[in-house]
Design a protein around this ligand. Structure first.
Ligand SMILES: C[C@H](O)[C@H](O)[C@H]1CNC2=NC(N)=NC(=O)C2=N1
Length: 103
């Protein structure tokens, strides 16, 4: 299946199902906050596993108690595609298990 950039309208529609995520500059992003560093690092490790499974990888930033996730699809020139929403949705499913809360 060829992956194609989503229209702005489609991106906005899908974002309504992903509270906490934003779209700007051709990427999806969100920040999670944790009780401490081990919890934040634990989420990053589990995201890495999911990314290998999907063969789709975000840019992750790990701070003391924060994790930043940014994703778009390189193969279509750095636009947002359904693959980015699939990864974001998978991350949303597991983040609460690490005690993540909104920034
Ligand atoms: C060869 C490999 O399948 C590609 O490089 C994959 C890996 N992960 C990727 N991740 C993201 N975010 N965009 C891509 O286009 C992409 N392509």
């Amino acid at each position: 299946m060829a992956v194609e950039p989503l229209t702005d309208q489609e991106i906005q529609r899908r974002l309504e199902q992903l509270p906490g995520w934003s779209f700007a500059d051709d990427r999806l992003f969100r920040t999670y906050v944790f009780k401490g560093h081990p919890q934040a690092a634990g989420l990053v490790a589990e995201i890495a596993t999911i990314q290998e499974e999907l063969d789709h990888h975000s840019d992750l930033t790990l701070g003391y108690n924060k994790v930043g996730v940014t994703v778009n699809t390189h193969s279509v020139g750095g636009k947002v595609t359904a693959l980015d929403f699939e990864l974001a949705g998978r991350i949303e499913e597991i983040a609460p298990q690490h005690g993540a809360r909104a920034d």
